[in-house]
Design a protein around this ligand. Structure first.
Ligand SMILES: [Ca+2]
Ligand SMILES: [Ca+2]
Length: 268
């Protein structure tokens, strides 16, 4: 047996998809602060745009690019994502992402992380949105697993359902794993998860509903989106819509004229 096989067997023993952390009072205080006012920027119009941190269940799912030398654990690389909705009357400039998470199997910290906003494709993540794919971002405090991730440029989205994926870059040995906390409640679709080289044995080689890959987990992931909302302009009717409106107006006028003629002839 070569060294790589030995290492991989060792990882099968220690690598886990799901971890549980007890939510002690101190942790609850951290969660509570995430539920309240925006935890970062004090800019006048910056606000929490999407808050999915109300009911963490104390369990999490791995979302990690293993960066161990020689790529020995690359087959375990995996990532998680969850969805959110920009309301019909708004657009959002998303500036900060704030997940709730925890370190396990080691003390951390992460080296950096990847944040990708994706389209929705039938209830699962679709393609990365141009301008909203951020690789190798370093949060201000990498030792705090509830990262405050300030994006280098805002991600601007108009109304619709989208997905956000957070994946940490960190070696398994000796830093361990980072887990993204799951939520008891569900908003929109179930969170999604993938492990393209399937070292986990989950069978989720592409984006799949998370609980199909790692059963017994909650339906959603804990995170906030923070930034600035803006009003979207009312759509201008196209040429064909103007023609339709003009036709409707003409028909209405003809209808009124016809009714008046009936009335006039009825009186005469
Ligand atoms: Ca890797
Ligand atoms: Ca969801």
């Amino acid at each position: 047996m070569n060294n790589l096989s030995k290492i991989q067997i060792q990882v099968f023993v220690f690598f886990i998809l799901v971890a549980t952390v007890s939510i002690v009072p101190e942790s609850r205080a951290q969660v509570s602060s995430a539920e309240g006012s925006p935890p970062v920027s004090t800019e006048q119009f910056t606000q929490v745009l999407w808050d999915q941190t109300g009911n963490p269940e104390g369990t999490g799912v791995t979302s990690q690019n293993f960066t161990d030398p020689g790529g020995v654990f690359d087959a375990f690389d995996n990532r998680a994502a969850d969805d959110f909705e920009v309301p019909g009357t708004q657009g959002w400039n998303i500036k900060t992402v704030r997940p709730i998470g925890f370190y396990f199997n080691g003390p951390g910290p992460i080296q950096s992380l990847n944040v990708v906003f994706l389209t929705d494709s039938g209830g699962l993540p679709g393609s990365a949105i141009p301008g909203c794919d951020y690789q190798d971002i370093e949060p201000a405090d990498v030792t705090d697993p509830n990262f405050i991730i300030n994006l280098p440029e805002p991600c601007t989205l108009t109304s619709g359902v989208y997905w956000v994926s957070l994946q940490v870059n960190m070696p398994f040995n000796p830093n361990g794993q980072w887990f993204w906390m799951t939520e008891v409640d569900q908003s929109l679709n179930l969170f999604a998860w993938e492990n393209p080289l399937n070292a986990s044995g989950s069978g989720c080689l592409t984006w799949s509903p998370g609980i199909d890959c790692v059963p017994s987990l909650g339906p959603d992931l804990s995170f906030q989106l923070i930034g600035e909302p803006f009003a979207t302009p009312r759509p201008i009717p196209t040429l064909s819509q103007w023609a339709l409106l003009a036709t409707a107006g003409m028909l209405g006028l003809l209808g009124v004229t016809f009714m008046r003629r009936i009335k006039v002839s009825g009186l005469s």
